[in-house]
Design a binder for this molecule. Structure first.
Ligand code: ATP
Ligand code: MG
Length: 417
């Protein structure tokens, strides 16, 4: 055999045996989104690099270290999408969705690519369920976004969730805060990591999100943004808290979260289960305008599917698994094999999940295989069955036999489904 090929580092195959988990998470998210009138958007897997430079921010981990950027054959710089928000905003502007009645409620399920240090829950290709609500500046919208995430996680069966919120203010209060933060960080400037040194002038708040130990140590007692927000931002945050109370959603105010993206304003939040952030999001009222659209507010979140599925596994939450086959149809000879082939085909049209022998197995081996597949019913076609036009459907759970007419597909379907 030639040398075995491997999937690139930090990527994972989703195997058929796990597919049901992914489908369950995604269909739960879709169902919840529907109850809020949120519609799906799909954007390309790659974009012109400029979108992320402008949209994610050049002081973020994503832009500084993590992007899969390359020149295509036409020498244009393109980047595999590292997140879903900037592309959704680009599409919103390009397709002039801002001309329609607002708000615009969009969701997406997408792969995302980041060149990261690979570890548990940190991959280079991962997947996100995300949503964006454009056009509303109301605090009720912030809380609606949070509730969509909560509804999804609760519906999936996750119980021990904690909601952390913070207020990042607007550019006006941010400027005041940045001055205070810089004054505080100044004496330790030389100790900061190289990346944070570049953040110091451009966007000092990002230093609070650094994962380096020495930076974390320095920022431990840093001033907090909540003490610097302007009246408007404070009022907004208070209303958010009131709306959370209306829905009886407990929360913790956490001045330590600043989120990994530059574009956030006002409310940001994380939903944490054990030590994992499974969902992160917030308001970004300046991004649409920054990317060339109208001055329009927005709020959204991204939920990591891998981390979500890992959490479900860790908590031993049972994910409903369908049987693979309702009926296995065995056959004794060539003629019977043709009848089985036709019967399976007709039954599938009626929605019955069935299987026949494609491996030239003996009848005995067929039944062993049917058992292994977990088929709910089995039947064997022989000369008698063909002559009498009657077949026996055997229920595998208890061995009970149901005699039905071979020509009556409806009856067979009703029995095995
Ligand atoms: P972190 O602080 O863990 O790096 P982040 O702030 O970069 O997270 P976001 O950009 O907000 O994360 O992405 C939203 C969600 O996507 C995260 O909460 C997480 O569940 C998931 N996620 C982010 N990066 C990865 C990754 N490399 N592998 C798997 N899941 C990820
Ligand atoms: Mg990150």
């Amino acid at each position: 055999m030639a040398m075995e090929l491997q999937a690139p580092k930090g990527t994972k195959d989703m195997l058929p045996e796990d597919a049901y988990k992914w489908q369950y998470v995604e269909s739960t998210f879709r169902e919840v989104a529907k109850t809020y009138g949120i519609r799906e958007i799909r954007t390309p897997v790659f974009e012109y690099t400029e979108l992320f430079l402008r949209g994610v921010g050049d002081t973020t981990d994503i832009v500084q270290k993590e992007m899969y950027t390359f020149n295509d054959k036409g020498n244009r710089s393109v980047t595999l999408k590292p997140e879903g928000t900037a592309p959704a905003v680009r599409a919103f502007i390009e397709n002039r969705l801002f001309n329609e009645a607002q708000p615009t409620k969009l969701y997406y399920i997408t792969p995302a690519f980041r060149y990261e240090n690979v570890q548990k829950g940190r991959l280079r290709q991962f997947h996100q369920c995300g949503l964006e609500m454009f056009g509303s500046k109301e605090p009720s919208m912030d809380v609606e976004v949070i509730k969509v995430a909560m509804d999804t996680l609760n519906k999936l069966g996750l119980k021990s969730l904690s909601l952390h919120i913070n207020n990042l203010g607007c550019p006006t209060c941010r400027a005041k805060y940045n001055d205070a933060l810089k004054a505080f960080l100044k004496e330790n400037y030389d100790t900061l990591c190289e990346t944070c040194k570049t953040r110091f002038e451009k966007n000092p708040m990002r230093i609070l999100d650094c994962k380096e130990k020495k930076c974390k140590e320095i920022t431990k007692n840093a001033p907090i943004i909540l003490d610097y927000v302007c009246e408007e931002c404070e009022t907004h945050f208070n209303k958010v808290k009131e709306y959370l109370d209306v829905l009886e959603i407990p929360y913790e105010i956490d001045p330590g979260i600043v989120r990994g993206l530059d574009y956030y304003t006002k409310t940001i939040f994380e939903i944490i289960n054990a030590d994992f952030t499974v969902c992160g999001g917030g308001r970004y009222d300046k991004l649409i305008e920054e990317l060339g659209g109208p001055d329009m507010p927005a709020v959204g979140f991204g939920m990591g599917e891998e981390r979500l599925i890992m959490t479900l596994d860790n908590e031993n939450i049972e994910i409903p698994k369908e049987n693979l086959f309702d009926l296995y149809i065995g056959a004794r000879g060539d003629e019977e094999r043709k009848v089985a082939f036709k019967l399976a085909s007709d039954l599938r049209v009626l929605g019955v999940k069935c299987e026949i022998n494609h491996m030239g197995r003996s009848v005995k081996a067929e039944m062993k295989y049917a058992n292994k597949l977990g088929a709910s019913f089995t039947t064997i076609l022989g000369e008698d069955e063909l002559n009498n036009k009657k077949i026996n459907l055997k229920r595998m759970s208890d061995g009970e036999i149901f005699e039905v007419s071979l020509d009556n597909c409806e009856e067979i379907a009703k029995t095995v489904k």
